[in-house]
Ligand binder design. Structure first.
Ligand code: HEC
Length: 126
């Protein structure tokens, strides 16, 4: 009678450990203490795909998403382009991988993000 119960408890412990490991692995990186509004927005909405340093996260690579290098794009592209691709997504510009954030972020938030992108290459890659 006690053997099956032990088996069940062991199985629950194993499943719990796997769930905890996944939760830890898939948890988004948190913004550093004292982060600016724009930086917190970037961590909340962009890090999943673009990574902390803007060069693409391993999770994006896992799903074969290639988000490019935001640090170099921020310097080589006009502000208007950066603003539009964040607000309306990449589809109208022929870059369909990038989702639109016009429903989530105000224009002021998007402008703050554009300014933040320009500071990316001054940060240490992780
Ligand atoms: C679901 C994943 C995903 C999220 C979330 C995401 N992006 Fe992107 N982004 C992409 C991909 C993929 C591309 C490249 C699109 C292409 O080339 O087709 C891209 C492209 C861009 C580009 C253009 C880069 C270039 O080289 O022209 C900018 C700027 C950009 N993203 C900014 C942001 C910002 C800011 C956020 C957060 C508000 C964000 N992205 C959130 C996937 C994402």
């Amino acid at each position: 009678m006690r053997r099956p119960l032990l088996g069940l408890v062991a199985a629950l412990v194993v499943v719990g450990a796997i769930a905890a490991a996944l939760a830890w692995l898939l948890n988004d990186p948190k913004p550093p203490a004292g982060a600016s509004h724009a930086e917190r927005l970037y961590y909340a909405y962009c890090v999943t795909c673009h990574g902390v340093d803007g060069r693409g996260s391993w999770r994006a690579a896992l799903f074969l998403i290639r988000p490019g290098d935001l640090a170099s794009a921020a310097h080589s592209r006009p502000d208007r382009y950066l603003f539009d691709i964040i607000k309306h997504g990449g589809a109208p510009l022929g870059r369909p991988g990038m989702p639109a954030f016009g429903y989530h972020l105000s224009d002021a938030d998007i402008e703050a993000l554009v300014a933040y992108l320009k500071t990316l290459d001054r940060r240490q890659p992780r």
